[in-house]
Design a protein around this ligand. Structure first.
Ligand code: 8DG
Ligand code: MN
Ligand code: MN
Length: 373
């Protein structure tokens, strides 16, 4: 959401104001405030303001040139009254006062800060805010606060994992994961997913999908990989989730990007010497450690779901959302990370590649780099 709102305003090409935080505040504030009935009508169907802003950002992002006046966006879809009001303010005054007001809001600032910690979601952030806590230091020194394991790791590696991961760092991690996976199972199938598969220069983590060519063989793989990373001394944190996959529950009607695959959320230690272009370099003069902590996600679907999982985990979130909506509304099909179900034919359509999924949907293949909606 934040990124898309940033994109939304950045397409107005006004660079002298702190656009990112401006957008963050408006989006978060709107997402947290109860939706007034009158504002509901501004947004198609039951989508909240958050989703509406994301869609608006996506539309503006796809335009061939910058928007300099509101007339230029006439007739475009997904641009509601709220979006237009923000755009108008920015085009007229160079900034949005409503957004600035929210940006200065104490609650907004605290929630934004707290949720920036790995393992802290909106509920925990809200709880801490209600207890009068306002800074990370206060959280750490408050005796009555019990952090879970994930949050402790989040605080411990806070400065590293809140720094963007570069393409070179993602590549270096890709080599480590590939070596580890193939050392365990030479025939394992491994793919980079997430933002880096879409060609992004920076990301908040690095995502991978792994499976085995033979059904069921993937089951012990992920735990082996985790053990091997531990043996190499590079596993700083691991949150493992076993598979909750139940074939009898297909087709899924969840209609979101959650899935039941075996997965793990890791924090790995990446040596600077392993990153191309950074050999012998010291990224931060005050930092002589020579390594950084990086967030890595590994997902291990069974091979018959591989193409669907690849499509889902490649994202972007907005692209996935739009594709699922298209499947349902235009094709009467249910698409998720596991399968594609044809409601008319009452059967699951098989696919071993993403190309086949697009073909089932009657769409031309969309390359990963074109999925940055
Ligand atoms: P970033 O890391 O560069 O910030 O962006 P990203 O790579 O696009 O986002 P991500 O949060 O790492 O997630 C990668 C994609 O995976 C994203 O488009 C949404 C999708 N996805 C699923 N299921 C799940 C899930 O359970 N958790 C997360 N975090 N992402 C999921 O399909
Ligand atoms: Mn990612
Ligand atoms: Mn991820």
């Amino acid at each position: 959401l934040w990124v898309s709102l940033f994109i939304f305003v950045s397409h107005l090409q006004i660079s002298h104001i702190p656009l990112l935080s401006l957008c963050l505040s408006l989006s978060l504030s709107l997402s947290l405030s109860p939706i007034h009935p009158s504002s509901l009508s501004e947004f198609n169907e039951s989508k909240g303001p958050c989703l509406a802003f994301r869609q608006a950002a996506s539309v503006l992002k796809s335009l061939p040139s910058a928007v300099h006046c509101l007339e230029a966006i006439q007739g475009l879809p997904c641009l509601g009254e709220h979006t237009k009001a923000v755009m108008e303010e920015i085009l007229t005054f160079g900034r949005s006062f409503k957004v600035e007001e929210i940006r200065c809001d104490e609650r907004y600032q605290a929630l934004k800060l707290f949720t920036s910690v790995f393992g802290v979601g909106p509920k925990t952030a809200e709880k801490w805010y209600r207890r009068g806590l306002r800074s990370l230091q206060e959280i750490l020194t408050e005796p009555n606060i019990q952090l879970n394991r994930m949050q402790r790791a989040g605080f411990l590696y806070y400065s590293d994992i809140s720094k963007a991961v570069s393409k070179a760092e993602a590549k270096a991690l890709g080599c480590i994961i590939e070596e580890t996976v193939h050392w365990i199972a030479p025939d394992a199938i491994l793919a980079l997913t997430g933002g880096f598969r879409r060609g992004k220069e920076y990301g908040h983590d690095v995502d991978f999908l792994l499976t085995m060519p033979e059904m069921g063989k993937e089951e012990g793989l992920l735990l082996h990989v985790i053990d091997r990373l531990k043996d190499q001394g590079i596993l700083l944190y691991c949150e493992y989730q076993g598979s909750t996959f139940d074939v009898s529950k297909l087709p899924s009607c969840r209609f979101e990007d959650m899935d039941c695959f075996q997965k793990c959320f890791l924090i790995l230690r990446l040596e600077q010497g392993q990153v191309e272009g950074e050999r012998g370099l010291q990224r931060d003069p005050g930092d002589s450690r020579g390594w950084r902590a990086v967030r890595v996600d590994l997902v291990a679907p069974p091979v018959d779901c591989y193409a669907f999982a690849l499509l889902g985990w490649t994202g972007s979130r907005q692209f996935g959302r739009d594709l699922r909506t298209f499947a349902q509304k235009e094709r009467q099909m249910l698409l998720d990370n596991h399968a594609l179900y044809d409601k008319t034919k009452k059967l699951c359509l098989l696919a071993t590649t993403e190309e086949e999924i697009f073909a089932h949907l009657g769409l031309e293949y969309v390359e990963p780099w074109q999925r940055n909606a």
